[in-house]
Design a protein around this ligand. Sequence first.
Ligand SMILES: Cc1ncc(COP(=O)(O)O)c(C=O)c1O
Length: 399
Amino acid sequence: MKQDIEFLAPLYAKADVNFVKGKGAWLFDSKGKEYLDFASGISVNALGHSHPAIIKAIKKQSEKFLHLSNLFPNEPQIKLAKKMLSLTKFGKEKGKAFFCNSGAEANEAAIKFARKYFFSKGEKNRVEIISFVNSFHGRTYGSLAATGQEKLKIGFGAMPAGFKHVEWNDAEALKKAVGKNTAAIMLEPVVAEGGVLMPSKKFIKTINDLKKQNGCLVVADEIQMGVGRCGAISCSELYGIKADITTWAKPLGGGLPLGMVLMSADIAKNLQPGDHGTTFGGNPVSCAAGLAALEIISKPKFLKNVLERSVQLRAGLEVLAKKYKFLGEIRGEGLLFGIETQKPVADLVAACRNQRLLVLRAGTNVLRLLPPLTITKNEAKEALKRMETAFSIFPLDEK
Ligand SMILES: Cc1ncc(COP(=O)(O)O)c(C=O)c1O
């Protein structure tokens, strides 16, 4: 859109389409054309667009108050914290929650809490955070320093000290990197933005063993995979990763901005008023919307649909990958899919958009699908059909 270019900083390569309305898995442009949304606002719209339960919760809370600050308790925060704790291992461990506004902020807080934990124990040099090549943890300085993609740091000066990156799935390199100053190993259970890279069982075992032997903490970034996308509430728990801190955002606010850190009781007890904070974090309307979404997502029947649609889509994608030589390995968990391609991903994303199917890229050569978790069998079928039509503009045997 011309006005977008005129008034907004050119930080995004935006598609030239003007959406005016959304309903479920569908978006409608100003000409009334329907698009099947397999991007979900980059994993935010877990229940699709305009879900009635979320709208109702937003209306109800907004009639009470929009904002209080964190100087006073508010009920939606308490309810959402209680619910998230009860749905994860942190509930049983008497863990605690911290609310913020976004994924980057949640990771920023997690890094600070991990360092403060060791500081409080008298281990003042234990500040090092070890994360992984190709990971994505956010754009603020701490979360960017943890991010394992050097290209994103160019031009922004020195990153904060105390961050190391190890190749993903390289258990031996990780063993070498962890030492007496390691505060935490920080990982996405599935490296999402960086190419949909799965962890090996050996790698997860190494992380858990290192935590035990070295005493370092484990921080799991659940921001893209958590809250149902993997077919469970917690992807790190699904994979048996023994995290001390988990970070959440994207779908957590039901479509409104919200981030969260869940931490063990041991970590929480070292934090004091004034150590960290935020004006907007845990906004009551966002928490009410998030709670309404979570009540639905956490139902076993809902999560079963995620897994069933996952099987259906994977089978359909395998057929496409057999047919078109330029498609390669299909990776993912639940309703995150990455399809390797030898063609420029931007061309495939555009071809899908021409068929009114919205998809994303991941890394340099991976097409990423992030449908809403509510998709039906027919919508999954329709997406596969549109993808097939989109790919048919390329010759079958072309690499
Ligand atoms: C795994 C992961 N961590 C952190 C972030 C950063 O979240 P936000 O954009 O809300 O700051 C993202 C965003 O894509 C993400 O996928």
